[in-house]
Design a protein around this ligand. Structure first.
Ligand code: ZN
Length: 397
């Protein structure tokens, strides 16, 4: 019997399901049924049940929607001149963030909202169906709370990042700023957020401050994540493991002890190759992490300074080309891996009962995401079973 308001997608050339424990799973000549916003059935096309509507994939690939678990979308202004200068040889440092802080504080709610909607739309058209969004360009009580409230208009995965950098007005009193982040700012921000994050890096926050901030956040009901080991070796991974963080993000410079800590504390390593692309740092060694049994996620780190890409396919291509990941591992990391980093069992896979977040490629397999970098290949995107972008119409030959 057909499900009410059900949709059958059939003649799928490759259906990526990720429905095993921690493994990429796919079947060829497959079909999938969406009902009530969830995946209701998957299997061979020849055995597909009837449904109210039918989409002919005509041999194209269907994947879980991308889960971009790390993005900074609440900001004003842009920094293309800084990027051009960096490409001409000037190094990246954490202080560039303050340029965006100044522009963001000046911006109206509507200007921030419009920029956020533009970037979220850009992500949707490129296949992202779950996105995380941080504050961190306000750095006052009112501006951080405002940023989080705006982020909450586009995603439930909202992260309080008051501890992005120390703002200029606290330059002489960084401890006073940590007190603010853990006190009045946290009180104003916690109702708008699910997560707390800290930029643990030379030039931003040290180990002691980072641990204090994550502990205060957890006390207020927020789960921990961290920016760690992006620009050089440091204590961030240890802090993440001790705080029970869901994810340590960047992981570019790791010691063997850091890799062991990620494995034993079961912290997801979220790799952000757009940042290495945009800063000319070496890419993180995903192969080393995978071989050690670490769960790896890929995300964009979309922000106007170090990584102004919103494209998960671009990150997949970099991971395959330069980070030692297979095409299967990279696609898993961009979908199921991101879901682990956000502790979201309902997304990142297409097992029965998963949220029907899926993308159809204009290509026969997931390999094309890395094989044809920079080419728009997302034909259609469904979010919770509804067509959110593109068209499922069969392409003309
Ligand atoms: Zn970031």
């Amino acid at each position: 019997m057909a499900h009410p308001d059900s949709t059958l997608i059939t003649h799928i050339g490759e259906l990526v399901t990720n429905d095993g424990e921690g493994v990429f799973g796919a079947r060829t000549d497959a079909a999938l049924v969406i009902a009530e916003g969830q995946v209701a059935w998957t299997g061979p096309a020849s055995q597909a049940p009837a449904a109210d509507a039918m989409v002919d994939a005509a041999g194209r690939a269907v994947l879980p929607g991308f889960v971009d678990s790390h993005a900074h979308l609440v900001f004003a202004g842009e920094r293309s001149a800084e990027f051009a200068a960096r490409m001409a040889g000037r190094p990246y440092h954490a202080g560039g963030i303050l340029t965006t802080v100044a522009a963001t504080r000046e911006a109206s709610d509507d200007a921030l909202r419009a920029n956020l909607a533009r970037l979220a739309g850009e992500m949707a058209r490129q296949g992202t169906t779950t996105l995380e969004c941080k504050s961190g360009y306000g750095l006052t009580v009112a501006d951080e709370a405002r940023g989080l409230a705006l982020a909450g208009e586009v995603t439930p995965e909202v992260t309080y990042l008051g501890a992005h950098v120390v703002p200029p007005e606290y330059a002489g009193d960084p401890d006073g700023y940590v007190d603010l982040v853990c006190g009045p700012m946290l009180a104003a921000c916690a109702p708008h957020a699910r997560w707390i994050d800290v930029f643990c890096e030379t030039g931003a926050f040290g180990a002691e401050a980072a641990a204090t901030i994550l502990a205060a956040g957890r006390e207020a009901g927020l789960d921990a994540r961290i920016h760690a080991n992006q620009l050089g070796p440091g204590p961030g991974i240890r802090v993440a493991a001790e705080a029970g963080a869901a994810s340590a993000d960047h992981c570019t410079y790791l010691t063997d002890a850091d890799v062991d800590a990620l494995t034993s504390a079961r912290v997801v390593a979220t790799l952000l190759p757009g940042a290495e692309f945009g800063t000319r740092h070496p890419y993180p060694d995903a192969r080393r992490l995978l071989d050690a049994g670490v769960t790896v996620a890929l995300a964009t780190d979309c922000n106007p300074g170090s990584s102004y890409t919103s494209s998960m396919p671009f990150c997949i291509a970099l991971a395959v080309r330069d980070m030692g990941m297979t095409t299967q591992e990279a696609v898993w990391a961009a979908t199921a891996g991101g879901a682990r980093a956000l502790r979201r069992p309902d997304v990142g896979h297409l097992g029965v009962g998963a949220r029907a977040d899926l993308i159809m490629l204009d290509a026969p397999s997931h390999v094309y995401l890395a094989y044809r970098p920079g080419v728009p290949q997302i034909a259609a995107v469904w979010q919770a079973g509804r067509l959110a972008a593109g068209s499922a119409t069969r392409p003309s030959p």
